[in-house]
Design a protein around this ligand. Structure first.
Ligand code: ASP
Length: 416
């Protein structure tokens, strides 16, 4: 790396002490701070707080733009890098699909029984919102943020969108410009890493979005939506707990590993999943827990931990399905049986396409909503609680991987 050259071209981003201090605060604390501030602002401004909805819409728009490219890169990367073959690989897809279907069924049942969104009284977006959009300069700016990363390069011809994308990739690739690319695999990895870096920048905007959303909702709709959101959080926790119970039960009857051993041996991985909100970052710990602590065969440990971590995101699937139902309930829209079936299908795809990184589930959620005709305008409401629920569903994603490994290892322990 030529240091002189890189020094010459360094772009200095103004970083006052205040910005640096803000960035040093952990994300969840920034979000909680934004939440409280948004609440007070909403109470003070009342209906005038409506304009503060823009940052939330911006974050959503950016997340939505990233989704197709991220899903594409994550799936290409998974298929390129995982070992697909051997007798265990035949059982794996069946196990994964069954677990994911159970997760979605649990999620939908809990959401249908508890109905967390009932009584929130949010109004569905009206055409009036569309009309005011073009009058507001901030909304006009929003219109030029690409809806999809690949769109402006295709035939929608929005040059400003191309510039957005060029700047984002230019910045994301700055540190990588000297990196040698030997194989096609390296190229896919670089693409995926750049997307994840851009995603991190968008996530840094989340506290501002949360501030705006909370102020807007408290100001214009009062506290009812938040009461509903609290019940939603509890419902998701209940559904995730039921899913965990299902894993333990399946292991009890389908594997030599005892449920208690899974909890004890996998403790590190579960705690790491909760604290990082990333099943990919947790992968090495999951693998070590399965192989070294619990004593599973190498092949079953790697099938669950490595392949499963990419494809198997039961917690995410459960969450996406519940979120779709919750928002439908909030705006008083009844989802037909066919629409709920569509939720199931798209939640499966969304959970497979969600890379094991923080907030990936939120990125792919736009896809589920669009498929069943739910307005994506209300996804920002979920931003306020997603930082916490993301951690919980990641722990279940990892527990699901461990469950698959234990089942693949069979009912007899390998003799050493
Ligand atoms: N954070 C989750 C994971 O890493 C994915 C998601 O956002 O649902 O498994």
């Amino acid at each position: 790396m030529n240091d002189n050259a890189s020094e010459k071209t360094t772009i200095s981003i103004p970083s006052t002490g205040l910005i640096a201090r803000w960035q040093n605060i952990p994300l969840y604390a920034r979000i909680v701070f934004a939440l409280v501030l948004g609440l007070l602002t909403g109470l003070m401004l009342g209906n005038d707080a409506a304009v503060l909805a823009v940052p939330g819409k911006l974050v959503l728009r950016l997340l939505g733009a990233l989704a197709p490219a991220l899903i594409l890169a994550a799936i290409v990367h998974t298929f390129m890098t995982t070992q697909l073959g051997g007798p265990l690989a035949m059982r794996l897809p069946r196990l994964l699909l069954l677990n994911t279907l159970v997760a979605i069924a649990v999620g939908l049942t809990v959401a249908n029984v508890i109905q967390p969104g009932q009584g929130a009284g949010l109004s569905p977006p009206t055409p009036h919102d569309e009309a005011t959009k073009s009058a507001n300069p901030l909304a006009l700016f929003l219109e030029n943020v690409p809806k999809s990363l690949l769109g402006p390069l295709g035939d929608d011809g929005k040059v400003i969108g191309v510039i957005f994308i060029a700047v984002a990739f230019g910045m994301a690739l700055r540190k990588e410009r000297e990196r040698p690319l030997g194989t096609v695999g390296h190229l896919v990895e670089l693409f995926l890493e750049s997307l994840i870096r851009i995603l991190h920048w968008i996530i840094a905007l989340v506290p501002f979005a949360v501030f705006g959303i909370v102020a807007n909702i408290v100001g214009t709709e009062g506290f009812a939506p938040f009461k509903a959101l609290g019940i939603f959080v509890l419902s998701v926790l209940l559904a995730l707990a039921i899913q965990a119970g299902y894993y333990l039960l399946r292991i009890r009857f389908g594997s030599w590993v005892r449920p208690g051993e899974l909890l004890r041996g996998g403790r590190d991985a579960l705690v790491m999943a909760f604290s990082t909100a990333s099943s990919t970052a947790t992968m090495p710990v999951t693998y070590a827990a399965l192989k070294d602590r619990m004593g599973l065969r190498e092949q079953s440990a790697s099938m669950g931990a490595l392949v499963g971590a990419n494809f198997n995101n039961d917690g995410t699937a459960l969450y996406e399905a519940m979120a779709a139902l919750f928002i439908a309930q909030m705006i008083g829209m009844a989802l037909s049986f066919q629409q709920q079936l569509m939720v199931v299908l798209t939640s499966i795809i969304a959970s497979v396409g969600a890379a094991g990184i923080p907030e990936a589930g939120l990125v792919t959620m736009t896809m589920v909503f669009t498929a069943v005709g739910l307005p994506v305008e209300y996804i920002p409401v979920l931003l306020t609680v997603d930082w916490f629920l993301d951690r919980c569903r990641t722990a279940i994603n990892v527990m699901g991987d461990m469950n698959v490994s234990c089942l693949l290892d069979g009912t007899h322990k390998e003799r050493v």
